[in-house]
Design a protein. Sequence first.
Lengths: 374, 369
Amino acid sequence: MNPGSLMRIKGMIRKEWLQVVRDPSSIAIAFFLPLLLLLIFGYGVSLDAKNVPIALVVEHPGAQASSFSGGFFQSPYFLPVPMTSIQEAEAALRESKVNGIVWLQNNFDRDYLKKESPPISVLVNGVDANTARLVEGYVQGIWFGWLEQEAERAGKKLQAPVQLEQRIWFNPQVRSTDFLVPGILAVIMTLIGGLLTALVIAREWERGTMEALLVTRISVAELLLGKLIPYFILGMGGLMLSLLMADFLFHIPLRGSVWLLLATSALFLLVALGMGLFISTVVRSQFVAALVALVSTFLPAFILSGFIFDIQSMPLVIQGITHLIAARYYVSIMQTLFLVGNVWSIVLPNSAALLVMAVLFLGLVYRKTRKNLE
Amino acid sequence: MGHRILALIIKEFLSLFRDKKSRMAVIVPPILQLLIFGYAATFDLENAGLVVFNEDSGAISRELIGRFQGSVGFKLVGYLHSEAEVGPLIDRKGALLALHIGKQCSANLMRGESCPVQVIIDGRNSNTAMLALNYVRSIVSDFNQEWAEQTTGTKLPAHLNIRAWFNPNLESRWFIVPGIIALLAMIVTLVVTALSVAREREAGTFDQLLVTPLRPWEVLIGKAIPGLIVGVGEASLIILVTVFWFRIPLVGQLATLYPALIIYVLSIIGVGLMISSFSTTLQQALLGAFLFIVPAVTLSGFSTPIANMPPFMQMLTYLNPMRYFLTIVRRVFLEGAGLEYFWHDLWPMSIIAAATLTMATWLFRHRMY
C-alpha cells in the first residue's frame, strides 16, 4: 500500500468518524442498543414455565385424592387454585384465569380402593402449545412421583419394567437463559451491524456527496475501507460490552476459548456490516434502505437463525432458506462455544460459511460501487 | 379543510407507492415473511435425530426401539457400537439424543426384573431437550403400562387422561401464525409513519408543508390516515393468508377482531408519529423504530410466554400495545372469544392508543413549529 493510499483512507475514516460523533445515533446503536437489548432479552425471554396457575377440582377429598393433589402444592411448576366444581374451573379456563384443570371425580377414592384404575382428568389450554406440552410433562412427573410414593406406602417398591435414566448434557438444569443468551448475541450483532451501515452509502448518494467523493483521487477500495473501519471498531466495542454482560450478569458458562469467540464474532460482524453496506449501495435511497434493513435484519435473525426456534424442526424448504441467513451460522458457533467447548467440527464449517458471506457481500459492494464510477 | 387533508393523504400514498422500490419494500416483505416465518416458527419436535446403542440382543429391546422409530418426533439416524461414540456424535450435532439399552434387557424383563435404559440428550437448546425428554418419557411409560398389563395383569392404581382445549393436537403453528398478524401489522404501520416525516425533513420538503395553509393537526391527520389504511389493509391480507393458506381455525368473529385491530394500529401510529417528531434524519428515525419494535416484540409474548418473565418485566409488558392485541387475536382465532372475554385487554390498549396519539399531537406542535 503506498503512503498516498494510507493517507486517503485515514482522511476518509476521519470524515466518517466526525459524522458518527456529530450524529450521536451511531454511538447509541453501538453501545446503548446492545445494553438495552441484552437486558430485555436476557430477562424477558424465557421458555421455563413456572408457577403455572392450574385449577384443582377434588370432588371428594378422600385420602388418595388428597395425597395426589398435594403433589401440585409442592411443585415449583404449578400454582394450584382449589375449586369446588368442574363448571367453575371450566369458566376460569375460558377466561384465561388458569392454564389448566386437574379433575378428580367423586368416586376417585372408591375406585382406587377397588383397584379399578380411576381416571385423573387433565385439561390444558392448548393455545400456547409449547407451554401446554411442558405442563403435560410436569403433570406426568407429579403423577409418577405419586405412584411411587403410594407403592412405597403399601410396602412394595414400584419397579418399572423399563427404568429410564435421563441425562441432559451441556445444560443439566435445563435453564433456557443459557441457550438463549448466546443466540441473542447473534441477533444483537446483526442489528448493530446492519443499522450502522445500512444508510451510510445511500446517504452519500442522496445528499449528492458521493459524486463529490468520487471525483477525488480516492479509489473504491479506499473508500469502502474508510467506511468499514470506523463502524467495525464501533461494532467490536458493542460486542465486547455484550460478552461482558453475558458473563457477569447472566453467568452463562463459557466452555470454549475466548479467542475463538472473539475471532468468529469479528468475522460475523464483517458479514453484518457488509450486508448493511450492500443494502445501502444497491438501493441508494435512505428511505428504502431503512425499510429493507428493518425487514431483513431483526426478524430473520430472530426467527430463522435457530436462536429460539430449532432449525431441525422446520420443513426442509425453510431449512434451505435458513442457509442464507448469516446469523444461523453464528448462533450455532455461539451456542457451541458457550455451552459445549471448542468443537472444531461445528466451528470450522460455520466459520467458513461466514467467511464466504463476508467476501460475497463486500465483493458485491465493491463491484456495484465501481460500476457507478463510469 | 377536508379536501386539504385529502390532498395530503393522496400525496402520501403517491410518495409511498409511486417509486417501484418503495412500493415493493412496503408490500412484498410482509407477505413473504408471513409465509416463511409461518413455517419456520415452530416449537414442535419433528424428526429429531436419534441414535441407538443397544447392548441387548433380545426381542424386547427391538420392540422398544421400534416404538421410538414409529414416533413422529424422532428419526433413527444410526446405531452405535460403543459408549465412546456417543460424546463426539452429540458434540457435533450428529444426533439430538442417544438411547443406551443395557445388557440383558430382554432377559431381565422376562425374569420380572427391570431393564435399565439411559437417554442422553443434547441440551444446547433447552426447550428442544425438554420436548424430546417428554416424548421419551411417554413412549417408555406407555411401554411399561402395556408390559405390566400383559405379564402380570395388573393395572396402575390410577391413570392420567390428558386433553387439550382449543388446540387438540398442540400444534405450535396455531399459536405462532396468528401472532405474526400482530407482528407484521405493527412493523408496516410503524415504518410508514415513523419514517415518513423524517424523510420529508431530511429532503427539506417538510418546510414546504409548513408554509401551506395546512394546520399542524391537519398535517398530523394527513400522516396518520395513510398509516391506518396501510396497516389495516396489510393486516387483512395477512389474515386471509392465515385462514386460507395456513388453515388456522378462525373460531371467533372478524367483526369482533377488527375494532381491536383498528385500535391497535392507531396506538402504533401514535408511537410512529412520536418517533417522527423526535428525529431529524432517517437514521435517527430508523433507530427509533428499532428501539420500539425490538422490545415490543420481545415483551409481547409472541415467542415466549409473558408468565415466564420476572415480575418487573411483566409489569413493563402492560405498556406494550402488542401484548394486548396478541392476546386478543389468538383468543379470537382459537378460542372464539367474544368481546366479553377480551374486554380487559381492549380497554388498556385503547388508553395506550389515546395516550400515544395525544403525545404525538403535542410533540408535533412543540417540536415542529
